[in-house]
Design a protein around this ligand. Sequence first.
Ligand SMILES: NC(=O)C1=CN([C@@H]2O[C@H](COP(=O)(O)OP(=O)(O)OC[C@H]3O[C@@H](n4cnc5c(N)ncnc54)[C@H](O)[C@@H]3O)[C@@H](O)[C@H]2O)C=CC1
Ligand SMILES: CC(C)[C@@H](O)CC[C@@H](C)[C@H]1CC[C@H]2[C@@H]3[C@H](O)CC4=CC(=O)CC[C@]4(C)[C@H]3CC[C@]12C
Length: 380
Amino acid sequence: MTVGSGQVYVVTGGCGFLGSHLVRMLLEHEKNISEIRVFDLHLDESLRTLSNDRVKVRLISGDISRLEDVREALRGSHLVIHTASLVDVWGRVPASKITEVNVTGTMNVLQACKEEEVQYLVYTSSMEVVGPNIHGDHFYRGNEDTEYRIYHKEPYPLSKAKAEKLVLEANGAKIKGGKLLYTCSLRPTGIYGEGHELMKQFHRQGLRTGRCVFRAIPPAIEHGRVYVGNVAWMHLLAARQLQIHPSTLGGQVYFCYDSSPYKSYEDFNMEFLSACGFKIIGSRPLVPYFLLYLLALLNALMQWVLHGFFTYAPILNPYTLAVASTTFTVQTDKAEKHFGYQPLYAWEEAKKRTITWVKSLEVSRKDLKDVGEKGNYCCN
Ligand SMILES: NC(=O)C1=CN([C@@H]2O[C@H](COP(=O)(O)OP(=O)(O)OC[C@H]3O[C@@H](n4cnc5c(N)ncnc54)[C@H](O)[C@@H]3O)[C@@H](O)[C@H]2O)C=CC1
Ligand SMILES: CC(C)[C@@H](O)CC[C@@H](C)[C@H]1CC[C@H]2[C@@H]3[C@H](O)CC4=CC(=O)CC[C@]4(C)[C@H]3CC[C@]12C
């Protein structure tokens, strides 16, 4: 549907880390829209103030796992960018809830597209639909066609893989009014940037250890990372080109990455944390892998014992250790060839923006005094 001179886009999960950057990206760079519907379970009222005289930002509170909520949000819209998801590999929420949101929620979006005559859907998938698997099979500079032993047992990657399959299978389906539905799926690697909750956790944790990060993963293990602004940019381009060349993009998957350096997860985080005086201790892991794995197992046991009394969900568990310990990097030009994707932000700009944000955590932390910070650096 076109409102006035522009189209109506729906961004599910639009108040999230990626979603909020995506809303801002659409406002700044997409001239063909007149309304952005931000559909989310947890609304961020600050997004409402982003409306301008050309584009209205409309916040819609709803649950993706309720078909009626989704149908109402999509009614009269032109295109959906579906980023809403429970992103949990720490056991914070039950597996059933992850499935309900990530799989049933995606089924509802597809159903609503068909019933509300929405022809275009861009799905935010994940590198996790491919790997890394828990067998330690490295995926080194792989692309969308690279053979890989995909093995999912954890709720999150399983749900993303199931959802992506549903999205791709729906491409070309007849929708109400006799039109066809066109879908594509973007697979970001580990997203970083302003507002990344996990980075906030690493920062908080580091303050408690005197700004020291104790190396746990061999530096040679590389993990693909991508700046949130480039993920948003790729979604905008895919949404635009899916409408112009549906037969090219329809039913396709695209890895989403940029020129961020290939590094171990810890070394990559230090690109930002070191700007706040953090130091990584050890040129190689300080403890042998088997001890780390025992600690991860202990965390999993503690989570099981405390289940029902307290949600114990530390960063380190057998799954996150396996993922962090297995190289997963991508190198592909499929998105460039199909829809002209080139990162909007170079690495230096992405780094600068992220450092500025991490530094703001220092200023805004009300409990800085609680951790006895005041210049208490372990490695002076
Ligand atoms: N964070 C990362 O490193 C990566 C994330 N992704 C994908 O990117 C997308 C966005 O992820 P993030 O921004 O990191 O997560 P996020 O948790 O910041 O954002 C997800 C949004 O979905 C909303 N949501 C959750 N349950 C909902 C429900 N039942 N109904 C409506 N809205 C609901 C949340 O309120 C939140 O605003 C997800 O689909 C995720 O799988 C893919 C690759 C990497
Ligand atoms: C404690 C140390 C071993 C530390 O290095 C652990 C890091 C670990 C928490 C992260 C390492 C790799 C991350 C995942 C990866 O970026 C792929 C992802 C894709 C998504 O769609 C969601 C997030 C994640 C699963 C991401 C989660 C955090 C890591 C496991």
